[in-house]
Design a protein around this ligand. Structure first.
Ligand SMILES: [Zn+2]
Length: 448
């Protein structure tokens, strides 16, 4: 106390009234805190624990995000770009309210009688039980917009997964996004959003669905978003939403409470970081390639039939279809021999492969780039699983276990093989190489 007053009396400091007042206030507050702490005994261990838990939760969330940021440039494939967030990331913003709560409780401590204080403290250790919240809704008539919000809490093993969903309804479309928080049995939390790169976000798979429609005039497939109302969404538990990551960085999820769900989420988060670090994506490159080639071949085949049936003259076919199509296929690095491109009895030569189309069957074509693209696609998938497992272990070491049921190496292998097999089947439905072709994983047996 003496020190404070001697400052106040110091003539040189007299004109610095404002800063001095501040200084005085802070000293006063400290003394009050010390006195009340003294009266209550030493610093409250419950508060101290809550503070520790909170700072550990924030640190875990932040570090896991930084770990992803670190991992991708350290994969075998070197990044094309650098990642630099436009602003220092406000990691784990979901814990702001808890931080405020701890502060408030500390502040009001001296104003409360002991029972009240004990009651107030309970809010700190409050762990949500399983529940499905009501939809809160706000209509903005002028904009023709309805804003919806709903909270879900589901148990996974001994932990709780909180899912906060925000949904904007407008006309016949909607825009959903979600915040996900994982809380372990000790109340330690993980803000999963902090694991995403800037501008990426989560959304329930069931609320971001598209319907594919064939536009015959434009000869392409158009995807229409399907309107999803939050009233009909019952949370991720038992949902059949898809785990996926779009090129624009939307990570969708399905059931997070089932074994392998959180691992799949971590896998998709890996893809969102790959989006940031790489200019191209193995999967998208491959799919774009496939779409172009399949369309070109299908046109050639359909119009050849027209010629055979006398609908078109060979000259018309040559000028309007064969020439332009063969040229555009060549641009994609694909050679086509119209004499025997549908002769499936032929053995596949080097760089030859079979391409399967929906409407015109199977073609044999030649091209070098294709196996490269498929290899990139496979490598990208394997990398994304490897990163997911690393992050899962990283979090385990810090007391957060997202997948307690996955223990042995075999448990992980089983989960991953199941997924790789899906890509393999998908690929095998589109393309077939000579020999073994490209496999997504060694020893992966075909499921059919
Ligand atoms: Zn993937």
């Amino acid at each position: 106390m003496k020190e404070v007053f001697s400052f106040e009396n110091n003539p040189e400091k007299k004109n610095e009234k404002i800063s001095l007042t501040k200084f005085f206030d802070s000293i006063k507050q400290r003394i009050i805190d010390e006195i009340s702490n003294f009266l209550k005994g030493s610093e409250d261990p419950d508060i101290r624990e809550a503070e520790n838990r909170l700072s550990k939760s924030i640190d875990n969330s932040k570090s896991a995000g930084e770990y992803y940021e670190f991992l991708i440039p350290h994969s075998l494939k070197k990044p094309d770009k650098e990642y630099k967030a436009s602003q220092p990331l406000k990691k784990a913003p979901l814990f702001e309210s808890e931080r405020t709560l701890v502060k408030e409780i500390k502040k009001i401590k001296k104003l409360l009688i002991d029972e009240e204080y004990q009651e107030a403290k309970k809010t700190l250790s409050n762990r949500n039980e399983e529940f499905i919240g009501e939809v809160t809704e706000q209509k903005k008539e002028q904009e023709g917009l309805t804003e919806q919000y709903r909270k879900f809490c589901f148990q996974k093993d001994n932990a709780i997964i909180e899912e906060l969903v925000f949904n904007d309804l407008k006309g016949d479309s909607n825009m959903a996004l979600a915040k996900l928080v994982f809380t372990n049995q000790d109340g330690l939390k993980l803000d999963l959003n902090a694991l995403l790169p800037e501008y990426s976000l989560f959304a329930p798979g069931e609320m971001r669905k598209y319907k594919a429609e064939l536009d015959k005039e434009q000869a392409k497939i158009i995807y229409h978003p399907q309107r999803a109302d939050l009233h009909s969404y019952q949370g991720n538990k038992n949902s059949n939403g898809e785990f996926a990551c779009s090129r624009s960085g939307v990570v969708t999820y399905g059931d997070l409470t089932k074994k392998g769900g959180p691992l799949s989420l971590l896998h998709e988060i890996s893809h969102s970081w790959q989006n940031i670090y790489y200019d191209s994506s193995g999967r998208y490159d491959f799919e774009n390639f496939y779409k172009k080639i399949a369309l070109g071949l299908s046109l050639l085949s359909a119009f050849q039939r027209e010629v055979a049936q006398g609908g078109w003259t060979p000259e018309e076919f040559e000028e309007l279809v064969r020439k332009p199509q063969i040229e555009s296929l060549l641009k994609e690095g694909v050679e086509v021999n119209l004499e025997d491109y549908k002769n499936l009895n032929k053995d596949l030569g080097p760089n030859e492969f079979k391409l399967k189309t929906m409407s015109e069957g199977v073609f044999i074509i030649k091209g070098e780039k294709v196996s490269e693209w498929v290899k990139n696609y496979a490598r990208e998938e394997r990398d994304a699983w490897a990163h997911a497992i690393r992050v899962l272990r990283f979090l385990r070491r810090r007391g957060i276990d997202l997948e307690p049921e996955l223990k042995s190496l075999n448990d992980f292998k089983e989960q991953i093989d199941q997924n790789l097999r899906t890509y393999q089947d998908y690929l095998d439905d589109l393309i077939e190489f000579s020999g073994r072709g490209v496999r997504f994983a060694k020893n992966l047996k075909k499921d059919k």
